[in-house]
Design a protein around this ligand. Structure first.
Ligand SMILES: [Cu+2]
Length: 295
């Protein structure tokens, strides 16, 4: 009689597990279809968009790489999580005290032990290889076509083009000055302008406290530290305006010192450069930004 009861319990347990698994699969499928259908539509181009999931659209090879690496890791994690979940469910159903009253005393299994050592090693190597490739892509700056120096200040950015000897301030637009197509809290009066498909080397520094220069679509984020010149780079492959924000808590108006980069064709860039040289002409005898010598 006891035996019969156990069999029924086991069968019920197994059925519950199947039901849970089926429901779980349905939820996963629903989430996946939402993600697949909406990501392209919702991801902002150069700026965040309402109900956005995932990253802003990539506009540089580095960001494309970051997105790929993120997706790769996500699928890997999903696979590992599902695998562990299945193992747990099997244990709950088959090896609880009721279904398995006399547990076996097995302690070692060579094949299993080799497998659970080697497989994680292989997984880690599979993560490390693209991870290091991405790290090198980000940190080894290729030969630059344009150099722009971005200086973080309380609470705005200054951009200087050392090759053309001019510098200008870039302040967030107030609501009353904003055109309808300009995003609130992101648009600025003077955008940083760069040519499309050219390597731009960004030298980042701060004049007062630590800020951080970050543009999500370009996949760049680097600290702006007083007295220390940090460098990063990007090569925007699409024209447009790309927005970013100071990403280091830097004081009262930290949230109101956005970064706006306008990527234009080479011809438009040359025209802008000509006009900017006149508009922002600086005195050559004065350094654009005072550099505090690093001790
Ligand atoms: Cu800041």
């Amino acid at each position: 009689m006891r035996q019969g009861r156990d069999t029924i319990d086991f069968a019920e347990g197994a059925m519950t597990t199947m039901l849970v698994l089926k429901r779980l699969a349905a939820v996963v499928a629903a989430i996946m279809s939402v993600l697949a259908g909406s990501e392209a539509a919702l991801a902002g181009m150069g700026q965040p968009s309402p109900w956005q999931l995932g990253f802003q659209q990539a506009a540089t090879p580095v960001m494309e790489n970051i997105v790929w690496f993120h997706d790769f890791l996500l699928w890997l994690i999903v696979a590992i999580t599902i695998f562990v979940l299945i193992l747990l469910l099997i244990i709950f159903v088959r090896f609880n005290a009721r279904s398995n009253p006399t547990p076996s005393k097995t302690t070692h299994n060579t094949l299993l032990e080799v497998a659970w050592t080697l497989i994680p090693v292989i997984i880690l190597v599979a993560i490390a290889v693209p991870s290091f490739k991405l790290l090198f892509l980000q940190t080894v700056i290729p030969q630059a076509d344009v150099i722009v120096k971005a200086t973080g200040k309380q609470w705005y950015w200054s951009y200087s083009y050392p090759d053309s000897k001019f510098e200008f301030d870039s302040l967030m637009l107030q609501d009353k000055d904003r055109k309808p197509d300009q995003p609130r809290l992101l648009a600025v009066d003077n955008e940083m302008v760069v040519p499309v498909n050219k390597v731009v080397r960004v030298q980042v520094i701060a004049a007062d406290v630590i800020h951080a220069f970050a543009v999500p679509s370009f996949g760049i984020k680097i600290d702006a530290v007083p007295g220390r010149l940090n460098e990063t780079w990007f090569k925007a492959t699409r024209e447009g305006v790309y927005y970013g924000q100071c990403s280091e808590l830097c004081g009262r108006d930290h949230a109101f010192m956005p970064i706006a980069v306008r990527v234009v064709s080479e011809r438009e860039y040359a025209a802008w450069l000509d006009q900017a040289k006149k508009k922002y002409a600086t005195d050559d005898s004065q350094p654009a930004t005072t550099l505090v010598a690093a001790k």
